[in-house]
Design a protein around this ligand. Structure first.
Ligand code: CTP
Length: 419
């Protein structure tokens, strides 16, 4: 999320801001102000330790509301605050999120106000961790973060730099304007229903092509980008079906999934579903080749070398485009290692697509298995590609959906414009 000037949102969104006990707690004040500038109403909850760093009075004065630290405290005006607080929020942000709160959230511990609020919250959750580098890199913290990601929690990774404790490395709270921008992207999904009436069909993850009963050909795709698109489209009001190959993350709640393994199975599932869809996005990393023959038994190592003959798999995206019905938008991805935009433009034309999302898979923190992506959106009829900075996959997904909405409102689809 690069923009330093956060955009504002249309309606008055309600944000619950949780503040934990870390040296970065003072930066939560900037997050609060940024959200208010963008038009949000913000209520604050603090852990008891956070109050050692910043007084609740600071947040009370700025938010204009009672700051909840302990819902059992006699001055708490609401007897079931963790329920009312969490249920009335469109988004829960925790900034800074300490290693301790991350561990508690990941394991469902609800022993204070903020942890109970998290468990009672059905709105999207955004965590902005901040901690010492060694604590951040500890396998326990990374394991807990992984759990939270698969529970659908959005994480805005800490920055690298010099820490308050003097060490240098990742762990510093992400800049408040980046946290605000990520929050606004998520809120857009909760408040905008600009895709209602659309029926998305999205291919997700990697395919697996069997060589024999124990071996296969596959790739590093995690499914994170495809599922981010599915989650964002669902949030923006669409009905979503995901045809999923092999993924390392769970599908988002409320999305219909059809599980497949090989490119052939994925092609069949797409063929069956396409007629009922209005938008097709090919986000899967489909194997381009598969073994020409699958051995029925495990191949024994009884010779010095082994040659596998490979044959082409069906090009699911090209088939969907070639057989498209009136009104269907067809969107593809282009994972490139060189000449990014030029190669992606060739794909747009040769497969007759409406939009190509191009990413350079050689960039750090981009593409396969990363939580962030750096994409270029190339829309049919536009002279210039939309080059975007590195951002979370959730934010990137919303940018792709914005391009779809623009295309839908402004221009015809590829087939209708050329026929
Ligand atoms: N794709 C597909 N079916 C295939 C291969 C690719 O649907 N058998 C889709 C992918 O989901 C992606 C797009 O095609 O949306 C581009 O995939 P990519 O591998 O980047 O390009 P290819 O068209 O396969 O061409 P090349 O590998 O030569 O770059």
């Amino acid at each position: 999320m690069a923009s330093s000037e956060p955009q504002s949102i249309d309606s008055k969104s309600k944000v619950a801001l949780g503040v934990c006990g870390g040296i970065a707690a003072y930066k939560a004040v900037e997050v609060l102000r940024g959200l208010q500038r963008a038009g949000c109403t913000v209520r604050v909850a603090m852990t008891p330790r956070a109050c050692e760093f910043v007084q609740p009075l600071t947040f009370k004065a700025l938010s204009g509301s009672h700051v909840i630290v302990d819902d059992y405290a006699p001055d708490n005006p609401d007897p079931i605050a963790h329920i009312t607080f969490s249920q009335s929020a469109d988004l829960l942000i925790v900034a800074p999120a300490t290693a301790n709160i991350i561990a508690k959230f990941a394991n469902g511990v609800a022993d204070d106000f903020l942890t109970s609020t998290y468990l009672a919250c059905s709105a999207p959750v955004l965590l902005a961790p901040a901690m010492n580098t060694t604590m951040w890199e500890h396998p326990a913290t990374q394991r807990n973060l992984q759990k939270l990601r698969s529970d659908g929690v959005h994480i805005i990774e800490p920055d690298a730099g010099e820490m308050a404790c003097g060490t240098i490395g990742p762990g510093r709270l992400s800049e408040p304007d980046r946290i605000v921008a990520a929050a606004l992207e998520l809120l857009k999904g909760t408040t905008q229903h600009d895709l209602s009436g659309e029926r998305f069909l999205i291919t997700v993850g990697a395919t697996r092509e069997d060589i024999d009963p124990v071996r296969f050909i596959s790739n590093r795709s995690s499914g994170k980008m495809g599922f981010a698109l599915a989650a964002a489209a669902k949030q923006r009001g669409a009905r979503v079906t995901a045809v999923t190959g092999i993924t390392t993350v769970q599908p988002p709640v409320g999305v219909k999934t059809i599980e497949v393994k090989s490119a052939e199975e994925m092609a069949d599932a797409v063929r069956n579903e396409l007629q009922n869809s209005t938008i097709f996005i090919a986000a899967a990393a489909v194997a381009d080749y598969r073994p020409a023959k699958q051995a029925a038994q495990k191949i024994k190592k009884n010779s010095e070398s082994l040659t596998l003959e490979l044959e082409r798999t069906p090009d699911i995206l090209a088939q969907a485009s070639a057989t498209r019905h009136e009104g269907l938008l067809v969107i593809g991805f282009a994972a490139e290692t060189e000449n990014l935009v030029a190669n992606a433009q060739i794909k747009l034309r040769s497969k007759n697509l409406d939009i190509v999302v191009a990413n350079d898979v050689t960039l750090a923190n981009s593409g396969f298995d990363s939580d962030t992506n750096t994409i270029n959106i190339i829309t049919r009829g536009d002279n210039e590609p939309l080059g975007l900075p590195s951002m979370s996959k959730a934010a990137a997904a919303n940018k792709v959906l914005d391009a779809i909405v623009r295309l839908r409102s402004g221009r015809a689809t590829a087939k209708t414009s050329t026929s």
